[in-house]
Design a protein around this ligand. Structure first.
Ligand code: B12
Ligand code: SF4
Ligand code: SF4
Length: 337
């Protein structure tokens, strides 16, 4: 057994003990092709208002720059599947339980501690989402799946309803075998996208993506999208729902990521009247805080033209009066009728 091979059974056992359901190891070599694609994507303006995505190109290309002494990269997959919430307003599946940043970080941190308990010389650094690391290409390299035409990381056996997280380590590990699967001639996600955000297969234009518009975008949703939000109050799962890889039975969701009773779709009437403190108390542990009460109400205002029944005029009036962004959104969509 080489040094790298000797470490792997320990990492796998520690991952199981830490509750990391899917795990693979990637060599820490440069990500030349994903980096080239990232540069083109940014140059085309597909990052929309997410200016932070245009920075740190060197780290994106060479993840080892993010952790001194890096000799391997462990990638974890965390299933969150579960049913979409009932009713006309939809919250994406990933956001129905505890915020995945917290859950994934906690479990990968536990994995690192387990390794350190056995060998105090092990060092590592965990990244979930916010570091300038390209998690999907790393997951491909760690054998967790392939990147589909909807740009998601798809596990051939368990689909794409997975969150990812990475752990950079100072010990060598043998690279996991590739998943060897792909989309074939399927194009269902491209057809299912309500806004044409998948501008070409495998390229997502965030300017048109409902996930971006309902979560990351901070101003009014542009009038082009009037009547095209497809019921999405927060995030969007359409291009994943269309995917045949999400039809089969999947792994059970990580319990904290499964829908929590208290985080079902917040009723607009309730949101309108809720104080900031009450919102924090109820949703502070979920990913909904990324949009906040203000963003959720803006999204609801943008959904008004497509609701099956018009909202209570009194609630609308209160929302307009309390939240200037809601007022601007309602006015913007109303005036284009
Ligand atoms: C910015 C971001 C977004 C943006 C942009 C999404 C995007 N596709 O780039 C927005 C807000 C739109 C978004 C939406 C969502 N996101 Co997001 N997002 C990120 C984040 C923070 C960075 C991604 C990034 O760097 N994008 C920039 C582009 C250039 O990179 P890229 O997506 O990796 O795509 C390029 C490469 O994949 C490259 N490529 C490289 N090799 C190959 C090979 C082939 C064959 C192909 C075709 C392409 C390809 O081509 C692309 C360039 O066009 C990551 C976390 C992270 N740090 O990686 C989470 C992440 C990708 N998001 C995640 C999730 C869950 C979502 C949503 C499902 C949430 C929702 N339900 O609303 C949607 C999915 C929308 C979609 N179809 O992708 C998960 C994805 C898990 C998975 N199974 O894929 C991640 C990994 C977060 C996490 N830690 O779990 N997200
Ligand atoms: S998340 Fe929704 S809007 Fe974005 S690409 Fe997928 S289907 Fe289209
Ligand atoms: S729907 Fe079809 S084309 Fe799109 S990601 Fe899934 S398999 Fe690939």
């Amino acid at each position: 057994m080489t040094g790298a091979d000797a470490h792997w059974p320990r990492v796998r056992a520690a991952a199981a003990a830490a509750g990391v359901p899917l795990v693979g190891a990637a060599a820490p070599a440069a990500l030349d092709e994903p980096h080239r694609r990232w540069r083109e994507w940014v140059a085309a303006g597909c990052h929309a208002g997410m200016g932070w995505l245009t920075a740190d190109g060197d780290v994106r290309r060479e993840p080892t720059r993010w952790f001194d002494g890096c000799r391997s990269i462990v990638v974890g997959g965390f299933p969150y599947a579960g049913e979409p919430p009932p009713g006309p307003l939809r919250i994406a599946r990933f956001a129905r339980g505890e915020d995945y940043h917290r859950v994934v970080r906690r479990r990968l941190q536990t994995l690192l501690s387990e390794l350190q308990r056995e060998d105090p010389a092990v060092r590592g650094r965990v990244a979930v989402d916010t570091a300038p690391l390209m998690e999907k290409p790393l997951a491909v390299r760690a054998g967790l799946g392939f990147i589909g035409r909807n740009t998601c990381l798809i596990h051939p056996g368990h689909g794409s309803y997975l969150c990812l997280g990475v752990l950079l380590l100072n010990i060598p590990l043998p690279p996991s075998p590739p998943a060897n699967a792909g989309c074939g001639d399927c194009r269902r996600c491209l057809e299912a996208c309500p806004t044409g955000a998948l501008s070409e297969p495998g390229v997502l234009d965030a300017r048109r993506c409902l996930s971006y518009l309902t979560i990351e975008h901070r101003e009014t949703i542009p009038v082009d999208f009037r009547g095209r939000l497809a019921g999405n109050l927060f995030g969007c799962d359409r291009c994943q729902e269309a995917c045949p890889f999400n039809r089969g039975p999947s792994l059970p969701p990580v319990p904290e990521l499964a829908a929590a009773e208290d985080s079902t779709v917040p009723a607009p009437a309730e949101l309108t009247r809720m104080s900031g403190r009450e919102f924090q108390r109820r949703f502070g542990r979920t990913a909904l805080v990324r949009a906040g009460r203000r963003g959720l109400l803006r999204n609801w205002a943008a959904l008004v033209p497509e609701l099956p029944t018009p909202p209570d005029p009194e609630i609308l009036a209160i929302a307009r009066q309390r939240h200037p962004l809601v007022n601007r959104q309602l006015t913007a969509f109303h005036e284009t009728r």
